[in-house]
Design a protein around this ligand. Structure first.
Ligand code: P6P
Length: 333
């Protein structure tokens, strides 16, 4: 296949759909370049002073890894001077990050989890960066958290980088999902998978089974039926995967199907699940739906949820459409 760079792809996509104006193309290219820098840092491992704890806590009360803080800084510094953004928000920062006054404000707002899967950093398992792009409200002059409270259906772009055996960038701007592989020698992103489609059927599920005793009945029923295998109500055997890096689990599902679940459970009703709506569930739901899959919180489309708080959590069921519809129907019975 003739090598198509990220820039060429974005220019041609704009010609086709007129939905990637120059400022959005700049935003995506800047984020992609920042992900290259994060990939380089992640790849150093113990050879760079980047592993282990930063001895600080984020808003979630989670101990931050050095790479969490480094990745967050890389994304902030890469994006604040370009004039394409009005503000940023990150899992690693309690409040929003307005563009400094010394730079012009743009029409977009960028949200990200700079390094997702931190528990895997120190043991060399794939991790990733997740990002979501919203339009700044018309006439906004001083960004506030309220300006970010837009449903996932309002996203103009979303993507993730996965730092694994290959470094890959998966992107949607609302016309399908495309995947780019980092050519480390050239330092460029090369289009390697076009219009990714999630198989509607699957035999593979992803959930952290250690929480099983806390699940609500619909989840228990759904998983028990799969564990019952060929002689059970599903009439077929299922396989299980849990990488504990959402980006890696979602990337597998984009490529070969599956269902990813991080449900609410009976432990703490005020914390429904572990994943955050604005910069984990929404971007992944946009990508999954654009690839022909489905994404719900057990009752409604994730992209339809009206956000209340920047760091709010949401239960997540996403992947092969037939399985997401089944487990969602169990919640509605
Ligand atoms: P658990 C990583 O910390 C993360 O936010 C997601 O990437 C991942 O799917 C989940 O948490 C793993 O959670 O409870 O299995 O460690």
């Amino acid at each position: 296949m003739k090598r198509v760079s990220l820039t060429q792809y974005l220019v041609e996509e704009q010609r086709l759909h007129s939905n990637i104006p120059a400022s959005l193309r700049l935003l995506i290219e800047v984020v992609a370049r920042a992900c290259k820098t994060i990939s380089h840092s992640v790849g150093k491992g113990a050879l760079g002073d980047i592993l282990g704890s930063a001895n600080t806590e984020n808003i979630q009360g989670e101990v931050q890894k050095k790479l969490d803080v480094i990745s967050n800084e890389i994304l902030l510094e890469a994006n604040e001077w370009g004039g394409h953004l009005a503000a940023m928000a990150s899992e690693e920062m309690e409040s929003i990050h307005p563009i400094p006054n010394r730079y012009p404000m743009g029409e977009y707002m960028l949200l990200f989890d700079p390094l997702d899967g931190s528990s895997n950093i120190d043991v060399n398992v794939s991790i990733g960066t997740i990002f979501s792009v919203l339009k700044a409200p018309e006439g906004m002059t001083q960004p506030t958290e309220a300006d970010f409270m837009q449903a996932g259906s309002q996203q103009v772009a979303a993507g993730y980088a996965v730092y694994g055996p290959q470094t890959m960038l998966v992107l949607t701007t609302g016309n399908g999902v495309n995947c780019f592989t980092l050519d480390r020698e050239m330092g460029s992103w090369v289009l390697t998978q076009k219009d990714m489609q999630i198989p509607e059927e699957t035999k593979e599920f992803a959930i952290n089974m250690s929480n099983q005793r806390h699940w609500h009945p619909p989840v228990t029923r759904y998983v028990d039926e799969m564990l019952a295998g060929k002689t059970g109500p599903r009439g077929k055997d299922f396989n299980m995967r849990w990488i504990a890096s959402m980006v890696a689990d979602v990337h597998r599902i984009l490529n070969r199907g599956g269902i990813f679940m991080y449900p609410a459970d009976q432990r703490d009703p005020s914390q429904p699940g572990k994943l955050r709506l604005m910069y984990e569930a929404n971007p992944m739901a946009f990508i999954v739906e654009q690839a022909g899959g489905a994404a719900t919180d057990g009752r409604q489309r994730i992209l339809d949820i009206a956000p209340q708080k920047l760091h709010q959590r949401v239960p997540v069921f996403l992947g092969s459409k037939s399985e997401v519809e089944r487990v969602t129907s169990y919640h509605q019975e």
